[in-house]
Design a protein around this ligand. Sequence first.
Ligand code: PMP
Ligand code: GLU
Length: 409
Amino acid sequence: MSEAATLASLPTAFLSDRIHAMQESQTISMAKKARELAAQGADVISLSFGEPDFQTPQYIKDAAKKALDDGHTFYTPVPGIPELRQAICDKLLRDNQLHYDRENIVVSTGAKQALANAVLSLVNPGDEVIVFAPYWVSYEEMVKLAEGTTVQLMGSLENDFKVTAQELETAITPRTKLIMYSSPCNPTGAVFSREELAAIAEVVARHPQVYVLADEIYEYINFTEEHVSLAQFAEIKDRVITVNGFSKGYAMTGWRVGYLAARKEIAAACEKIQSQITSGTCSIAQRAALAALQGGRTSADVMVEAYRRRRDLVLDLARDIPGLKTPTPSGAFYVFPDVTGYFGKTTPHGHTIDTACDLAMYLLNDAYVAAVDGGAFGAPNCIRFSTAAADEKLREAFVRIKDSLAKLV
Ligand code: PMP
Ligand code: GLU
């Protein structure tokens, strides 16, 4: 089967309703389209996939080689090797002032599986899950898988898309079971401050049936003064599940290691799911992750400086294009401009740009620059560009974007 084949192009009536209800990840499908175009010979610059362009630091690779040579090739305990769970407890104490024991930690096949485990452990059919929008693509589909109902709560552009405590209060109903958000946020790069999270914690404290999934995978890629974990607010700590991982801070996307920290009952529930579905993640990758944590955050700090420089570069380039309204991201490695200025315009081929998806497709086909339609993140007025690419690629991409956008009339 060619990589290009998608379920939509195949006869699928025999597959489950669950699969029919689920959308393919649009970050991944856009990356696939860009690869197809490149395979046909086009010089595509892919700013669609959110992935560090750095190699995993050498000391982490060395630890993986050693793990192999030392014979760590067997099944591990389902929630992770004890040394790694302990190192995660130490990290949470050092970086986040959070006290957890090993039994509170479950290591998974990426933060993605940690998130899915938590959603499946908590959400019953019909439960409402408030997802702060713009949100990361997979949240809504995970809630669907658990047969919950997603309630999108959109932050305002004036507040850098951040949902306020008052907005949250009005969205909570007796059926609300879970709240999901990321900070630093994928796709907006917005970072919640201590005051903002304190106010949100106060609201959550008043609703004892509500749990919060705090996705902190971009913790280290933060250009503000501090990263605040919602679990630091003691009155709700028991109802906060903190998700983090190694993909972003340590440039380890392919290794597939993430984790969550939660009260023991939730951790045990996630372990139960993994015991039936994956038996836990790769033994060698876990040893590499252990070395990553033991090395502290020095390697991450070096990468963050590059992400900051590229953020500033891309902001300059994007703000030089009149139709893009681009807020300043405070973390992660994306810019998320509003592109409504181009809606209603016509391409040189006579197609009208009605949506951000149309614009993303136009940029792919005309400028050979891949970006992701904001609709995938619950923000249909925007498109997302990853800034995790070399400076010269970013410069070249924005020259092409500017030229292509200038052709719209
Ligand atoms: N959460 C967010 C907000 C992300 O951007 C990603 C990136 N893939 C993940 C979770 C999942 O990360 P992982 O590679 O550890 O599964
Ligand atoms: N987190 C990245 C993104 O948002 C990787 C893609 C994915 O895991 O969906 O693009």
